[in-house]
Design a binder for this molecule. Structure first.
Ligand SMILES: [Zn+2]
Length: 405
């Protein structure tokens, strides 16, 4: 096959768009991938683009974009390499890939926003200056945040403040998992979304919200419900996991996977005027730190833990709890301070009182006990599966059967 044949073949398989449409889609949350080599980017690149050189694209793309549904816009210098690269990504299973006609030269000549590495560096120092001047963070700590990957399960009440503050802090890669759409009743507390985005998938709205706050952050939208079939792939390659789930089944599946893959899990729950926060790190600290199942061996009945839709929730409360979760994530990434590992913080927003319970690992825990039982599925898996349909429970705050409550 000649180069001409290869290009004609690619053209028959790949959607091509012009630079104006590329910019419009980028503003709506599509990811612009600059497939030129690093040396070409030194002279400048499209603002907000992610450099993924063509020479290593197939090897690096899974680390950068895990979701095959993600909208990807590929750009090179003139539009040929991006066309071939797009064809290869489609062959790898990516379903929403376009190539930008005319490439960076057309982008530049049309006056679209461009950045040079020097400008990018100055912007970086400016954006994160208040972090950088903290001796506990500094340039090195900021680089750790930028290099970190966080899994955010749920783009709702807790996911909103966590996502916003992690993006603001510069956490480089945020993977958001949710299968819901934005509803009007969400907006009383889910501040990552907006009135104009009612009806949109929450993960798409989250990407728009987070990238409008910090375009440097890569937001990976995974429009799926987290369950046993996908949890390992979502947890395996991240540094920290945030539990912003709205149901017990997801919380158990997530916690068990965090033990299996030795990832710290930052837990939060809200109901009415009360909230809870903790860090479960049993995977890395077997026998000394508890997991979620040590605290709640069994899900409470739906009567004992009504959903937010049934019981209501004060709008600011998930903000309060979510910001504490975000604080714990940042401390875990930076390795500073004392985390809530082994401690459960209760928040009573009406009295504005904070109470702390000590949490010990359960030596009989079916998941995290020291003999390594986490490699098998939890023994009460059937019971967890049976409550899977009960999708709207906010968390075991009041009335739960836990020994910690
Ligand atoms: Zn446990």
């Amino acid at each position: 096959m000649t180069a001409r044949d290869a290009l004609a073949d690619a053209q028959s398989r790949v959607n091509e768009i012009d630079v104006a449409e590329a910019q419009q889609r980028q503003q709506q949350g599509a990811l612009l991938l600059d497939v030129r080599e690093e040396c070409e980017r030194l002279a400048g690149f499209p603002t907000g683009s992610l450099g993924t050189p063509r020479s290593g694209l197939e090897l690096s793309i899974r680390d950068q974009v895990n979701d095959p549904q993600a909208e990807l816009l590929l750009m090179c210098a003139a539009g040929q390499r991006s066309l071939l690269a797009a064809r290869d990504l489609i062959a790898m299973g990516y379903r929403n890939v376009s190539s930008v006609v005319g490439g960076y030269s057309a982008w530049k000549s049309m006056g679209m926003p461009c950045t040079t590495p020097l400008q990018a560096e100055a912007e970086y120092l400016d954006r994160y200056s208040r972090h950088i001047r903290l001796p506990e963070v500094g340039l090195q700590g900021q680089a750790r945040l930028v290099g970190a990957k966080v899994l955010l399960v749920g783009a709702g009440g807790l996911g909103s403040p966590v996502g916003m503050y992690l993006a603001a802090a510069g956490v480089g890669h945020i993977r958001v998992v949710d299968d819901d759409r934005v509803e009007r009743s969400n907006l009383q507390r889910q501040v990552m979304h907006a009135d104009a985005r009612i009806g949109m998938h929450k993960v798409t709205s989250a990407r728009i919200g987070l990238q409008s706050l910090n375009p440097r952050v890569q937001v990976e939208s995974v429009m799926q419900r987290l369950d046993r079939s996908n949890v390992d792939g979502l947890v395996r390659d991240v540094d920290v996991v945030v539990d912003g789930a709205d149901n017990f089944a997801t919380r158990y599946v997530l916690s068990d996977a965090c033990v299996r893959h030795a990832k710290p899990l930052v837990y939060g729950a809200v109901q009415r005027f009360e909230g809870q926060v903790s860090v479960f790190d049993a995977g890395r600290q077997r026998g000394t730190a508890p997991c979620y199942r040590c605290l709640f061996p069994q899900a409470p009945s739906p009567q004992d833990a009504p959903s937010c839709a049934e019981a209501g929730v004060l709008g600011v409360l998930p903000g309060l709890v979510g910001l504490m979760q975000a604080t714990e994530v940042i401390k875990l990434i930076l390795g500073i301070g004392e985390t809530l590992t082994g401690r459960l913080l209760h928040i009573d927003s009406l009295a504005m009182r904070f109470r702390e319970s000590r949490l010990l690992p359960d030596p009989q825990c079916s998941v995290c006990r020291v003999d390594g039982a986490a490699d098998v599925l939890p023994s009460n898996g059937a019971e967890v599966a049976s409550i899977e349909a009960d999708s709207a429970v906010c968390g075991p705050v009041s009335g739960c059967a836990s020994k910690a409550c």
